[in-house]
Design a protein. Structure first.
Length: 125
């Protein structure tokens, strides 16, 4: 990590503290920034930077742990393995579990919509 990265990390840490302080103060962003002596645009700029850094960190963690799929793959299940998953009627249904969520759909459900649901479900931010 070079000096530029260290400086950026320091600023992120500083602004995370500012945002925690603002939250604990109970003041609106406008009031807090006015009292602290800086423009609220600066607050929103660093809020965006902190969110981006958090998302990047999540992406790094997820890509190393394999939680985010790199693509979609067709899964063929035998009927008896489906029946062991649930006692409910699962004929012509698919059930997908990821990140603590369960998505259940009829096999007749449009694949485009199911793809969009899955994309939104695994998106970290």
């Amino acid at each position: 990590m070079d000096i530029k990265d260290k400086a950026h990390e320091y600023r992120l840490s500083k602004w995370a503290g500012v945002m925690r302080d603002r939250e604990e103060s109970g003041l609106s962003i406008r009031e807090y920034c006015k009292n602290a002596g800086f423009h609220e645009n600066k607050y929103f700029y660093w809020q965006k930077k902190l969110r981006e850094a958090a998302c990047n960190e999540l992406m790094k963690q997820d890509s190393t742990s394999g939680l985010i799929p790199q693509g979609f793959a067709e899964i063929k299940l035998q009927r008896q393995s489906i029946m062991s998953l649930s006692t409910a009627s699962v004929e012509n249904h698919i059930c997908i579990e990821a990140r603590g969520m369960r998505i259940s759909a009829s096999c007749e459900y449009p694949i485009e919509k199911l793809t969009e649901v899955l994309r939104l479900a695994v998106r970290p931010c």
